[in-house]
Design a protein around this ligand. Structure first.
Ligand SMILES: [Fe+2]
Length: 169
C-alpha cells in the first residue's frame, strides 16, 4: 500500500503539534459528555425537567463536537484517541465519581468545567495560529469555543440570583 505524503503546507512537526492539542480537546469533550449525561440521569428537584432536557441538548451538541474533533485529527493525517484510558490520561477535567450533587451543585460543576474547556480552547486557538501556523484548526477551535461559551451562558443563567449552597439556606 502506498501512503501519499501529506503536502498541505504544514510540516510534520506542525501537524503533530496541532493533533496533540486536538486530542487533548477530544479527551476533555469526552469527559464533559460523560459528566453531562450522568447529571441528565441523576438530577432531581423542581427543575428536573428543565435540566434533564437542557443536558440532553448539551450532550447531543458535545457528541457532534467530539466527532468533528476526531475527524479533524484524521484530516491532518493522524489517529484520534479512542479509548477511555486514553481520554482519562489526556483530559484536564477531573471526574467526581461517587458524588451526586444537588441540582444547583451539578450546574455549578458543569459551569466550572465548561469554563476550563473555554480557557484551554482559547489557548489552543492561539497556539494553532501562532506556533503551528494552522489557521484552519485555529478557526475550527474558535467555533468550538463559541459553542461552549453559549452552553456555559445557559448554565450560568440558571444559577445566577440563587443563594449559594454554602449559605446554608
Ligand atoms: Fe435520556
Amino acid at each position: 500500500m502506498t501512503i501519499h505524503k501529506i503536502n498541505i503546507g504544514l510540516t510534520d512537526e506542525q501537524r503533530d503539534g496541532v493533533m496533540m492539542l486536538l486530542n487533548q480537546d477530544l479527551a476533555d469533550a469526552y469527559v464533559l459528555l460523560v459528566k453531562t449525561k450522568k447529571y441528565h440521569w441523576d438530577v432531581v428537584g423542581p427543575q428536573f425537567r428543565t435540566l434533564h432536557k437542557l443536558w440532553e441538548e448539551h450532550y447531543e451538541e458535545l457528541t457532534e463536537n467530539i466527532d468533528e474533533i476526531a475527524e479533524r485529527v484524521r484530516t491532518l493525517g493522524g489517529y484520534p484517541t479512542g479509548t477511555m484510558e486514553g481520554f482519562l490520561s489526556l483530559a484536564t477535567l477531573k471526574e467526581h465519581s461517587g458524588e451526586i450533587p444537588t441540582a444547583t451543585g451539578m450546574v455549578t460543576k458543569l459551569v466550572e468545567d465548561h469554563e476550563q474547556v473555554i480557557r484551554n480552547l482559547r489557548n489552543h486557538v492561539d497556539r494553532c495560529s501562532e506556533e503551528f501556523h494552522d489557521q484552519g484548526s485555529a478557526n475550527f477551535l474558535t467555533e468550538l469555543m463559541e459553542e461552549h461559551e453559549e452552553m456555559v451562558w445557559m448554565l450560568r443563567s440558571f444559577i445566577e440570583g440563587q443563594p449559594l449552597e454554602s449559605d446554608g439556606k
